[in-house]
Design a protein around this ligand. Sequence first.
Ligand SMILES: *[C@@H]1O[C@H](CO)[C@@H](O)[C@H](O)[C@H]1NC(C)=O
Ligand SMILES: *[C@@H]1O[C@H](CO)[C@@H](O)[C@H](O)[C@H]1NC(C)=O
Ligand SMILES: *[C@@H]1O[C@H](CO)[C@@H](O)[C@H](O)[C@H]1NC(C)=O
Length: 478
Amino acid sequence: MACTASTSKVAIPRPRTRSRRARLAGACVAACVALASVTSASAQAMFEPPANQVMLGFWYDSADPYYDTPDTINQKLGNNVPVFQLSQQIPLPAFNYTTGAGGAAPESLIERSATDAAVFLTIYPTTFDAITDDDFTNLAKQIYDYQANLNRTVFLRYAPEMQGTWMTYGFDPAGFLQSWTNMYTIIKAIAPETIMVWAPNTPQGYPYGQQYTAYGALSAANQALLDTNGNGELDAGDDAFSPYYPGDDLVDWIGLSIYYKGVPSDIQNNVQPDGYCASIITGTDPADNSAITEFYQAYCASKPSKACMFAEAGAAFHVNDDGPASQTQLQQAWLKDCVTSQTMLDRFPRIKLYMQFEYEKVEDSNSGTKDLRDYRILNVTEVRNEFIADIASLSDRFTWAQSRAPPTSISSAGAPAATNSAGSSVIQAITATTRPRPTTFPSLFGYTSDGTQRAEWAELGIMVAAGAVGAWTVMRTL
Ligand SMILES: *[C@@H]1O[C@H](CO)[C@@H](O)[C@H](O)[C@H]1NC(C)=O
Ligand SMILES: *[C@@H]1O[C@H](CO)[C@@H](O)[C@H](O)[C@H]1NC(C)=O
Ligand SMILES: *[C@@H]1O[C@H](CO)[C@@H](O)[C@H](O)[C@H]1NC(C)=O
């Protein structure tokens, strides 16, 4: 019974303590799968689009003053987006009827879009120690409700960007691996169709300034996991991903956060270098040509049963900077280089989903100043129109969701129902339609305006917790 799986400290699942026989069997399976992919290319990850097709996902901002929803995104794009991202915390804070904070992610917005789009649920732990088996069981029931009662495909991206202290749970490989294993066991037992997405942050700038004080404060076990080249310290020569990889048997899709925030300056609007995204995923930092951890070969090409994705991605237009590039020039360069590029699509066929981060938000710049960054590609008419045209010119490379009638009962706006769509008392699948800015955003997201900033900080208290020296370095280096 997975529900009774223990959260007590167990041996760190790395190195994996499988029997030699199991390891051999695993190696055989891996070899056979690799062989099969050469001959038939038939090995596929769950919900992977066929042949040379890819999916476009959107992570949208339904908060004031943006009010984006799956429906408005679909309308602006003129196509039905097949995957929409939502986020929530674990343990799940209770829904606050005054502020609209907490509670399960507002999945009802996807229901209202009247398509069969998949739910992409990002789950941010507060800390791993705070999570009980019951928390995972509740999450599993929530997901199962989406699957069984609402017929949704569900991606689960648990504890993303786990390498950095800007996440309250970050920079703790031993804790991550243990929690992931427990999460996987409990969720898959209740909702086996759940697509498990393992998604670290970009290797650019790794180890994100954490090599000094933050590394020194870690346990010996964590230090040993992170010092992959065994030279006694954490540095850019260490692998940015492998300390956190739970193993092929515990992962379905593999993602990466990948953004363009400006080269050489992260507060100035310059068009990105050609081949920016290709460079990042093949082991070279496009900012200075230094070596970074290779991603595509290691996690996509060599794992034919896994599909890869850009789990959150976009180009930042610096709203308060005068140039030289316009928002149109800057974002068209990003889209043509990273998303609608025939070259990218053909060279990296295992990247099967591109998740657009459709937000405007304030972030900390390299120099520590506040910088309002607009990642939205559907908000500028020229960018949007050319994007739509570029997608169309790639004919059938992008796949879309199908229309279908929404469920007959979607609870009224403003408050979550007490019971789910099947009348049982699990966490309800359909909650409020609109509410104040989600409270589940970690500090990396910053805020969208002064008003929402205060609300977010007060509700989360996460910015304070993430105040370690290294926490902001990722934003400085990107
Ligand atoms: C809801 O949020 C308000 C404002 O932050 C707070 O005063 C109140 O205590 C919260 N209610 C619950 C039940 O937590
Ligand atoms: C569930 O959704 C899929 C994909 O849209 C569809 O093919 C299938 O018929 C649906 N099943 C039911 C029972 O509605
Ligand atoms: C862009 O977003 C703003 C809100 O930030 C909105 O007022 C404006 O109408 C949007 N423009 C377009 C072209 O969608």
